[in-house]
Design a binder for this molecule. Structure first.
Ligand SMILES: [Zn+2]
Length: 250
């Protein structure tokens, strides 16, 4: 347990520096995420009791708990970290929460983590903060990046029951070949080019909100983006989001 001395400055800045790496005696936040996803995978019958791995939400290959513990698998920042650090924020609205809650954390395998960083997140450099932007800042691949961020938010909150639905296979194909049109959901990946009132912090610990009109596609809103994904009414077992994610934002 990391102890604060009485003289320490315990305002949120301190917590931000501390960044959950040593969240408590049970280890880093990525272990808590892993355990929450494993519980979800068992509940939804994508893993059996006693298993020590979870499926990567992007390639469905196994992520071993030992690799997460050792740090060879690290936290996936859904919205790239380079967009959410405090010194990039220009308005009080976008300084809400903490870097990790402004980005939204989940877990992906190390290959997918690297691939997303290199091929998708890189494209959003400078395009997340709420400034006025031009249409030609956005390419076909940026649409893929937006769609994949929505997909990962949906996974982080709704879990395996949702991402294993057959309609989402095409979204995973879209991730692996960002510049080829694989998914019709790309048509619904949008950005607000005007300075928006962004969504950057909610009590869930993720910078996103879902609109779930009955029988209609699900809407995902985050920062200046929105996307649609298949209806999620059938989900009975969402992820039990680790307490730390929702506690630190309050
Ligand atoms: Zn993967």
């Amino acid at each position: 347990m990391v102890q604060f001395r009485a003289s320490d400055d315990c305002r949120p800045k301190r917590i931000r520096d501390y960044d959950w790496k040593y969240a408590d005696d049970n280890g880093p936040i990525r272990i808590k995420l892993f355990d929450a996803y494993l519980t979800n995978a068992v509940k939804t019958q994508h893993r059996s009791l006693g298993n020590t791995s979870i499926p990567c939400p992007l390639c469905l290959e196994s992520i071993e708990r030992a690799a997460v513990f050792a740090g060879t698998v690290v936290e996936e920042h859904i919205v790239p970290q380079h967009a959410t650090t405090e010194n990039k924020q220009q308005t009080p609205d976008t300084q809400m929460g903490f870097k990790n809650t402004r980005s939204g954390l989940t877990l992906t395998c190390s290959n997918c983590n690297r691939f997303k960083g290199k091929h998708l997140d890189f494209l959003l450099r400078g395009l997340v903060a709420p400034t006025r932007q031009r249409e030609d800042d956005y390419t076909f691949e940026t649409g893929t990046a937006i769609l994949i961020h929505a997909y990962l938010f949906a996974f982080a909150i709704l879990g395996y029951e949702y991402v294993y639905c057959p309609e989402l296979e095409e979204v995973r194909r879209q991730f692996h070949e960002p510049s080829v049109r694989h998914s019709a959901w790309l048509e619904h990946a949008h950005v607000n080019l005007n300075p928006p009132t962004p969504i950057v912090a909610t009590q869930s610990g993720y910078p996103c909100v879902f609109g779930r009109p009955v029988g209609q596609p699900m809407q995902v809103f985050w920062w200046r983006f929105r996307a649609s994904l298949p209806n999620a009414d059938f989900v009975m077992y969402p992820v039990d989001v680790p307490t730390l994610l929702s506690e630190l934002i309050k």
